[in-house]
Design a binder for this molecule. Structure first.
Ligand code: UDP
Length: 324
């Protein structure tokens, strides 16, 4: 099987690349290296089974050429990170919508199945004990630019569903919840690498808000296993799936686990949420947890890694100087 991974030099994409190699695929990675890094693919490229193409999903001709030579597409390329989205909203919309349109159009024309990476952000500030795939989204208002990411990803899901209905596209929409693990960078704001790196450096751990907001952190290895399993089962096509861990923890609790496991004496500092994002119209999601029963029904999914295992691996990873 030959797979195309758009965004394959990113954190999740590069782990997916290694998983597909383990499953016997040859791979073409398309990445513009905007947030991805070639060093993420170091081990994968060394196998000789991966071809790296530096390029953009806006480039229709290139996409079509690469889609033609592959059997299936994992579409992970996107503009990501709250900071980038707030600073470059037009670019974000162009990449996430025009780019995804190009991917779906090529996949549909050439009859290749595509897995679309979506996000838990699509549930927005909906309040629920856990989000099911059918839970309605609560997004906006338009004056808050952070919602651009969720709106574009939700539009992409509708676009895929429309291609499926009218033109027979085979697709899966995978809504990633908080995913973490080695190679994730704190540069785009992700909390786990930020806390681990701060603790290792003896710098203050900065909690935005009161620390009582809740997340479920899933190891990237569990996430990409689910992605590869879904794509290998055509009976799962044409649907939306939550992918994540269902073990909740407060951000305060996370900070305390990081301090405990690193043995660090870093202080915890609290920063008002509006201050953390320069008053740019960002409000936190207080409680976010997926209902993963659909995923466990269809592919028998259970996250294998506990939070302590994830943190232990990340502490080891970031203990090597120059990482992150
Ligand atoms: N957060 C924090 N300190 C940081 C980075 C993030 O307290 O240095 C908080 C953030 O406000 C959010 C949670 O940690 O409540 C998870 O943030 P992340 O950006 O990793 O994911 P998301 O907000 O998309 O769930």
């Amino acid at each position: 099987m030959k797979s195309l991974i758009t965004g394959g030099a990113g954190f999740i994409g590069s782990h997916l690349c290694e998983e597909l190699l383990r499953r016997g695929d040859t791979i073409v990675v398309l990445d513009d290296l905007s947030t991805g890094r070639l060093e993420n693919l170091h081990a994968a490229l060394a196998t000789g089974q991966v071809r790296f193409v530096e390029g953009d999903i806006i480039d229709e001709a290139l996409l079509r050429e690469l889609t033609a030579e592959c059997d299936r597409i994992f579409h992970l390329a996107a503009a990501v990170g709250v900071k980038l989205i707030l600073e470059r909203p037009l670019h974000t919309m162009n990449v996430n919508m025009t780019g995804t349109h190009n991917v779906l159009e090529a996949a549909c024309d050439l009859g290749k199945p595509v897995l679309l990476a979506s996000t838990s952000e699509v549930y927005g500030h909906q309040v629920a004990q856990s989000f099911r795939e059918e839970t309605p989204s609560l997004l906006g208002p338009v004056s808050e630019m952070r919602w651009i990411y969720a709106v574009t990803k939700l539009a992409d899901e509708y676009l895929a569903a429309a291609y499926a209905q009218e033109r027979g596209l085979s697709y899966i929409a995978a809504r990633f919840f908080n995913t973490t693990g080695p190679r994730q960078t704190g540069r785009y704001g992700m909390v786990v690498p930020r806390f681990v790196q701060a603790a290792l450096a003896g710098d203050p751990i900065t909690i935005y808000g009161d620390g009582r907001q809740v997340r479920c952190f899933c190891h990237v290895a569990d996430v990409i296993r689910a992605v590869a399993d879904l794509m290998s089962k055509p009976e799962t096509y044409g649907d939306v799936y939550n992918i994540g861990s269902d073990q909740p923890i407060t951000i305060q609790g996370l900070a305390e686990r990081v301090l405990e496991l690193t043995g660090s004496s870093s202080p915890i500092e609290y920063v008002a949420y509006t201050e953390a994002y320069d008053g740019l119209g960002v409000h936190d999601i207080r409680y976010r947890a997926p209902d993963i029963s659909k995923l466990s029904r269809t592919i028998g999914f259970r996250p294998k890694h506990t939070l302590d295992e994830i943190l232990t691996q990340m502490i080891e990873y970031y203990s090597t100087p120059g990482r992150g």
